[in-house]
Ligand binder design. Structure first.
Ligand SMILES: [Zn+2]
Length: 68
């Protein structure tokens, strides 16, 4: 099969061994708290570029009108 390129862990920046997956590394080497922080940091660094979900127009909040 094709050679898989080395993967760097986004949390500790360790280059993983070719026979290890990032998922395996994350599960074994990092706590849920660390992973959560990573996700939050990524989310924050995206700044305002994340599209606002269209929840304002539909969904549970859409019943501003009186439905009578
Ligand atoms: Zn790591």
């Amino acid at each position: 099969m094709a050679f898989e390129p080395a993967v760097d862990c986004p949390v500790c920046e360790t280059t993983l061994a070719p026979d290890r997956t990032l998922e395996d590394h994350l599960c074994r080497n990092h706590t849920q708290e660390e992973l959560a922080r990573l996700l939050v940091r990524k989310h924050d660094s995206a700044g305002g570029r994340i599209r606002t979900p269209a929840l304002a127009n539909a969904g549970p909040n859409a019943r501003e009108h009186d439905l009578r």
